[in-house]
Design a protein around this ligand. Structure first.
Ligand SMILES: Cc1cc2nc3c(=O)[nH]c(=O)nc-3n(C[C@H](O)[C@H](O)[C@H](O)COP(=O)(O)OP(=O)(O)OC[C@H]3O[C@@H](n4cnc5c(N)ncnc54)[C@H](O)[C@@H]3O)c2cc1C
Length: 254
């Protein structure tokens, strides 16, 4: 698919929803409409919030499929984790309905790349699920659905789960694996981190026949890549988007 040149975009906030105690979903109507591939991101201007009042830019994956329109309008969605004292997330979370942001889009090579006959395992922590939601509900995915797809989502506990119903409807019970490192009360799903799930399912995963897409916390991505390297997975079958590097001592689901 041809790569689109990033262009300046203005986007009006039309809807805001709280998904978890610290994640919000934001819907924007964009002017002009901009084509993008599922998995790409928008770079958003955070005016005057940098050192010395300089402008900042922050990247956010588009969490909706390129084909999404509402009432004939071009709409895109973001899924944003609220970071304490984070200028980017404070700006986005503080936006009022009708307010416009300025950005440049689309950016990024972390896109769904159909490969005939190859399975897909999407691994996400936290809001790293955003590009996978765009992929799973896209036309390109519907037209090139892998023989087997698993979306492996890692979080701390039940209150951090995102998009469960819609992803389960799209991928089936086997296709959505939610790995909770510290589940509360009764939890019939997987207990542990995404890396534990990969290790425990060693014999069930067709390592050599699968494309791996990894998104979120850099510590998770590094650890998954070590596992994949140990399994002899080719580098060309590993696709990644690192949202941030963890602080010293931090793991990927603490
Ligand atoms: C290509 C790309 C796409 C991204 N897409 C998304 C997205 O769809 N949704 C999203 O929430 N974030 C996303 N991010 C992260 C985002 O760009 C910002 O870094 C984040 O929102 C924090 O910005 P801030 O200015 O509020 O805080 P900052 O002061 O810049 O960040 C403070 C610290 O917060 C931590 N942090 C940053 N992002 C996260 C996160 N997502 N979860 C937990 N801790 C974090 C890091 O330790 C970081 O050093 C993406 C990053 C990249 C590079």
């Amino acid at each position: 698919m041809e790569k689109q040149k990033p262009l300046p975009v203005e986007a009006k906030l039309i809807f805001k929803k709280t998904l978890t105690p610290d994640v919000v979903e934001l819907h924007y109507e964009s002017e002009p409409e901009f084509p993008f591939q599922p998995g790409q991101f928008i770079s958003i201007l955070v005016a005057g919030k940098g050192p010395g009042g300089r402008d900042l830019r922050r990247a956010y994956s588009i969490a909706s499929a390129p084909e999404l329109t509402r009432a004939g309008r071009s709409v895109f969605e973001l899924c944003v984790k609220l970071v304490e004292n984070g200028p980017g997330t404070q700006y986005l979370n503080g936006m009022q309905i009708g307010e416009k942001l300025k950005g440049i889009a689309p950016y990024g090579d972390f896109v769904f790349k159909p490969k005939a006959g190859r399975n897909a395992i999407f691994v996400a922590t936290g809001t790293g699920i955003a590009p996978f939601r765009a992929m799973v509900f896209s036309k390109i995915f519907a037209e090139n659905t892998p023989p087997s797809t698993v979306l492996l989502f890692g979080a701390r506990n039940q209150s951090d789960l995102l998009y469960t119903d819609e992803l389960r409807a799209a991928l089936g019970n086997q296709g959505l694996v939610q790995a909770l490192s510290r589940p509360e009360g009764d939890w019939s799903g997987f207990k542990g981190r995404v890396t534990d799930w990969l290790r425990e399912n060693d014999t069930k995963i067709a390592w050599a026949e699968t494309e791996f897409y990894l998104c979120g916390n850099g510590a998770m991505i590094d650890e998954v890549k070590q596992i994949l390297s140990g399994k002899g997975v080719e580098k060309t079958s590993i696709h990644q988007e690192v949202y941030y590097k963890p602080k010293p001592g931090e793991t990927h689901a603490n």
